[in-house]
Write a protein that binds this ligand. Structure first.
Ligand code: AMP
Length: 114
């Protein structure tokens, strides 16, 4: 997998506002927030996108979802509600080729997205 800005964040070569870190994943505030709370949750394992997931990643995915729940609670958006977005590929609007989950909350979100 090609080097991305997120690999550099994982290796602490560039700064990020980290809200959670463990041996499997990292969560940090998006640099261009689209809502009062906008955090990205990424696996440390280099996976390009949802399309590259394999059966062996099932436990990793479970961990990511539980981390999303935990971070949402810690940032105070659980009660009001929040949205989790995974952009996949060019038409999906993915701009960084390292799998990431957006957590968006802190305001009423409209639907459908653009
Ligand atoms: P996507 O368009 O789904 O690939 O989302 C990539 C996200 O990464 C965008 O919301 C960007 O604002 C965010 N982003 C890019 N560079 C950084 C960075 N250095 N720190 C935090 N977020 C970033």
């Amino acid at each position: 997998m090609a080097e991305t800005i997120f690999s550099k964040i994982i290796r602490k070569e560039i700064p990020a506002n980290i809200v959670h870190e463990d041996e499997i994943c990292l969560a940090f505030h998006d640099v261009a927030p689209q809502a009062p709370v906008h955090v990205l949750v990424i696996p440390k394992k280099p996976i390009v996108s949802l399309e590259q997931l394999e059966q062996e990643d099932a436990a990793l995915l479970g961990h990511l979802w539980l981390t999303i729940q935990r971070v949402a609670r810690e940032l105070g958006v659980s009660e009001g509600g929040y949205r989790v977005v995974v952009n996949c590929g060019a038409d999906g609007g993915q701009s960084v080729d390292h799998l990431h989950f957006h957590i968006l909350g802190g305001r009423g979100l409209t639907w459908p997205p653009g």
